[in-house]
Design a protein around this ligand. Structure first.
Ligand SMILES: Nc1ncnc2c1ncn2[C@@H]1O[C@H](COP(=O)(O)OP(=O)(O)O)[C@@H](O)[C@H]1O
Ligand SMILES: [Mg+2]
Length: 352
């Protein structure tokens, strides 16, 4: 059980979609646990999917964020802006039990919803991290850790599995998400800029310097200064893989291999930036064992993903047939689902 952040320094790679799929599948296959999603993205895409999809999810989210007492991440951040250096222990007050809003969600899955006002709070978080006690930076960067501890305390549990959906840009609340997590899942897609984004992750979080004279990020330097542990890389996921032998499938492979090479080099420089799994495994002895441990591929789910995210029904419980999405009929083929389901299930099986 651990805290997983899904992050890449790039939008549109599947962070929110995979947070939705992975968290709901994980909760479904671990009914004995309470599972938490924290949405630290102002776009709140994963919250909308989890809360019931494009129509229902969005209106529920509006209600949750309209209240003067918001039940969203911004409500908690507001508390902490008022009390930056002393934990408010209010985190569990921002929890939403998803099955109360979305009948397709397992009973044991909870969410601290995202909120568009997070963007406006960003500068206040930065301000709090500067003045104050000597270790203000560290204390502020532990706000989300504190939130998780509040939730665990309210559940009477010492451990729980948490998935954090992140904003693509490396803003202060993304820093808080990274600082709160033990393990990092990096999704990417097969476009040219994905490699640059993965390089950015390696430099922003782990201090890799590629070019002469390049500066290390303030986040990396401060994390060293204040002994804040960084999450171990758990998976890099080539998402929306195109199957077959066509040009796009070949291009995809080339990108996956290029990024794989980049991450393999990062491993060779500093193995301690990675989280070896499954528990009890030895360190991978060569590049193919490394790939087997850290690389994963998710197929493009085509119309199944559209229906799944629009209606807030996870791939693993989505039934084949024709569904109404915004008054349009969308067909989900059984054969399509049969490919997607094991894909997500196998990935979740490897999440400890
Ligand atoms: N494996 C997949 N198959 C099909 N569509 C996907 C898949 N992963 C993501 N998508 C779609 O791609 C778009 C971008 O994904 P999203 O999760 O919002 O990216 P991010 O959170 O990284 O910005 C969304 O419309 C999402 O539904
Ligand atoms: Mg997103």
């Amino acid at each position: 059980m651990a805290v997983y952040a899904l992050w890449n320094n790039k939008g549109g790679v599947g962070k929110s979609y995979l947070t939705f799929q992975i968290a709901s599948e994980y909760a479904l296959t671990h009914p004995e646990q309470k599972v938490l999603v924290i949405d630290l993205c102002p776009q709140a895409n994963s919250s909308i999917m989890l809360l019931g999809g494009m129509l229902n999810g969005e209106s529920v989210l509006n209600r949750l964020s309209e209240n003067t007492n918001k039940t969203t991440i911004s409500g908690y951040i507001d508390d902490r802006v008022r009390s930056p250096y002393s934990s408010t222990r209010t985190g569990s007050g921002y929890l939403v039990r998803l099955s109360e809003y979305n009948p397709n969600m397992p009973d044991n899955l909870y969410l601290v919803p995202g909120d568009e006002s997070l963007e406006m709070l960003s500068s206040r978080i930065s301000k709090a991290a500067q003045p104050g006690p000597d270790d203000a930076w560290r204390i502020v960067h532990l706000w989300i850790r504190d939130l998780i501890n509040d939730v665990k305390a309210s559940w009477g549990q010492s451990d729980t599995t948490v998935f954090i959906d992140c904003n693509p840009s490396f803003t202060t609340y993304t820093e808080l998400a990274i600082a709160a997590s033990d393990r990092l899942i990096i999704p990417f897609t097969a476009d040219g800029s994905s490699k640059r984004a993965v390089r950015s992750v390696l430099s922003l979080v782990y201090g890799f310097v590629r070019l002469k004279g390049q500066q290390q990020s303030e986040f990396f330097l401060n994390s060293r200064l204040y002994s804040l542990a960084m999450p171990g890389i758990y998976f890099y996921i080539g998402n929306r893989l195109t199957q077959g032998e066509g040009a796009s499938a070949v291009a995809f492979k080339a990108v996956v291999n290029g990024i794989g090479e980049e991450i393999w080099q990062a491993w060779r420089v500093a193995t301690n930036n990675f989280h070896i799994h499954p528990t009890g495994s030895g360190a991978p002895a060569n590049q193919s064992a490394f790939k087997k441990m850290f690389q994963y591929e998710i197929l493009d789910a085509n119309s199944a993903s559209v229906v799944s995210s629009a209606l807030g029904i996870p791939i693993s419980t989505l039934k084949p047939g024709t569904k109404a999405v915004l008054r349009k009929e969308v067909r989900v083929n059984a054969s399509q689902l049969e490919k997607q389901r094991p894909n997500i299930q196998e990935l979740v099986n490897m999440i400890e």
